[in-house]
Design a protein around this ligand. Structure first.
Ligand code: SF4
Length: 185
C-alpha cells in the first residue's frame, strides 16, 4: 500500500501536539480553507508516493518521540493508508494525534459508508477537527489555528458517546499515551 506525502517524516516537532512528536505530512486536501498555511499540500498529485511498509519501519525506529501526528493536507483523504499506519503506531505504544478539515460529526457520516473512518478514530488520542477559519484565527489557541477547531479526546469521546474536549487551562497536561507521562507546557 502507498501513501502520498508532502514531505518525509519530520521528527522532533513540539508544535503539533503535546510533547515531542513525529509529523506525517500527508499530501492532498480539497477543503480549500481561505488563508490555509500549507497550500502546497492541496494537490492530490503533488508530493511523492511512499510505501506504507517503509513508513512503518521508520516509525519503529523512532527514538525519544512521545507520539506521531497526522497532518497535511488532510490525512482522511487517504483513510486506508493512515489507518494502517495508526494501527502500527499504536502497537508501538505511540500517542497519536490527527489534524483534519472534517469535523468529528462529518467523520461519523463518512463512517456510515466506509467503516475505516470509524476504525481510524479508535486509534486516535486527540483529533483536531474542522477547517481553518481565518475570521476565528487566534495566536492564543493551543495547537490549532482557529477557535472553531477542537482538541477532541477521542478515547473519552468514543466511550461516552459525546464529544469530550481535552483540558488545556492548568498548564500541566496529562497525555493520553500508554506511558501517561506529565508534560509541562
Ligand atoms: S483542511 Fe488544512 S490543509 Fe486543507 S485547506 Fe484547510 S487548513 Fe489547508
Amino acid at each position: 500500500m502507498k501513501i502520498r506525502l508532502a514531505a518525509p517524516l519530520q521528527e522532533d516537532s513540539v508544535v503539533d501536539g503535546f510533547g515531542v512528536r513525529t509529523v506525517i505530512w500527508t499530501q492532498g486536501c480539497s477543503h480549500n480553507c481561505p488563508f490555509c498555511q500549507n497550500p502546497q499540500t492541496h494537490d492530490f498529485e503533488g508530493g511523492a508516493l511512499f510505501d506504507v511498509e517503509d513508513i512503518k519501519e521508520e516509525i519503529k525506529n523512532l527514538k525519544n518521540q512521545n507520539g506521531i501526528t497526522f497532518s497535511g493536507g488532510d490525512p482522511l483523504f487517504q483513510i486506508d493508508a493512515v489507518l494502517e499506519i495508526a494501527k502500527f503506531a499504536k502497537r508501538e505504544n505511540l500517542n497519536i494525534w490527527c489534524y483534519t478539515g472534517f469535523t468529528y460529526e462529518e467523520i461519523l457520516k463518512l463512517g456510515e459508508k466506509n467503516k475505516n473512518y470509524l476504525e481510524f478514530l479508535k486509534y486516535i488520542d486527540v483529533l483536531v477537527d474542522g477547517k481553518f477559519v481565518n475570521e476565528l484565527k487566534s495566536l492564543n489557541l493551543l495547537f490549532r489555528g482557529s477557535a472553531n477547531q477542537r482538541l477532541i479526546d477521542m478515547p473519552k469521546t468514543l466511550k461516552s458517546g459525546k464529544v469530550v474536549l481535552i483540558p488545556e487551562s492548568d498548564g500541566i497536561i496529562e497525555t493520553f499515551s500508554s506511558k501517561k507521562e506529565k508534560l509541562f507546557i
